[in-house]
Design a protein around this ligand. Sequence first.
Ligand SMILES: *[C@@H]1O[C@H](CO)[C@@H](O)[C@H](O)[C@H]1NC(C)=O
Ligand SMILES: *[C@@H]1O[C@H](CO)[C@@H](O)[C@H](O)[C@H]1NC(C)=O
Length: 432
Amino acid sequence: MRRALGLAAFAAALTPVLGAAFGYNSGAQKPGGVKNRLDYENEFRAAKALEGAPAGGFTSVRLFTMLQDENAGNNPIEAIPAAIATNMRLLLGLWASAGSAKFDRELEALVTAVNRYGDAFTRLVDGISIGSEDLYRNSDAVEEGSNPGANPQVIVGYIQKVRQRLSSTKLKAPIGHVDTWTAWVNGSNAAVVGACDWIGMDAYPYWQSTALPNNAIEQSPRLFQDALDKTRAASQGRPVWITETGHPVSGRTWGQSVASVENAKRYWHEVGCPRFGREPIWWYKFQGDQAGDQPNFGITPPGQLTSKPLFDISCKPPGSSSPVPIPVSTGRPGAGGPPTASSSSASTSSGARNSPRSDVSSPPSVTTTNSAILLSGTISATSSTATNSPMLLNGTVSATSSSPATNTNGAVLTAGSIGGVWAALLAVVFAV
Ligand SMILES: *[C@@H]1O[C@H](CO)[C@@H](O)[C@H](O)[C@H]1NC(C)=O
Ligand SMILES: *[C@@H]1O[C@H](CO)[C@@H](O)[C@H](O)[C@H]1NC(C)=O
């Protein structure tokens, strides 16, 4: 037995790349209501069996809220028991743009979940995001009153509050915040960076209609890398996790970026494949929405759940016809990367320990929960993987993120008066 473990550890040490979290964003809503435990279980099973996916399927899911019912009670989101039942890892999210009373309910729901489910839950947590795009929505770029966010001081206060509240519990997961890359590069938000163990970047070249020379699909790899580089430069040494990115399979053209299955496939292969398994990433998104002319980012169609993607998602090396296997992580997120699939044998798993912090980070994406959702009280989501705090302190933690609730209304999206990237981002928020 001892020898077997030793060999496993040795093999792990030789593995060049740790399995970083390979996840997707999951909102709390479904057409006509909020998802319940069965909905989440069915979704997680389908996502884990995604045909042709690196590592065999998604292994982590990003949530946007801890509350099952935004309007009443502190019941934890039912994605948690569903994740336990399906061994899905979690990048938890606490909604932070609806005032402190609502935030306190998010926190109580999290503590309730820890007490109720114990280690079966905490071992699955890749990270905890305090908020989602609150700084983006707080910026001048977003129309006043149309889309409430939260200012940096508020987010820093929430982060401190969560750290203190969780310190007496068994949940030891890295705490961060998710925002658009444009919010991270804004120096006025530096205090939030300083309060985080990791920072989550949302980036969507599709929405960057003012990018130069343009945002046509062939510019996407460069635009994404640029957003990631700038976010890392502003990260004060924190790991950067890619918490949202993707390209729509259908919907209107934005700037010069065309929404199509062909372009979504190209984006997956050119932006996603080089990073899957190497950097923590939560794709936007697994199942599509009935979106009308709004962009639909799903790699599987709306309606009946399926594990069959709309295009070939197997990652192949250049000039080869064989898919590249992605290591499935089996340990806690290590220094290098966020979450990985299974859990506890932290020591063997991740090469993360040997990775520079910079390897941990990854690109952005725009997440969104839209205020519409908020207003309607439908946001939800959660979870994270835990890496232990010591790792965090050393800057080695990795993990992942969260995402906003899916929203059902696309109607409001239009940000006609806003303009440029911001408009695009805003639109995303709404659209999603
Ligand atoms: C930069 O961040 C501050 C604080 O969040 C915000 O008030 C301001 O509008 C942001 N600037 C831009 C250009 O978005
Ligand atoms: C990790 O962090 C702990 C706590 O801050 C510190 O004592 C230890 O020296 C750090 N280890 C490394 C390798 O930085």
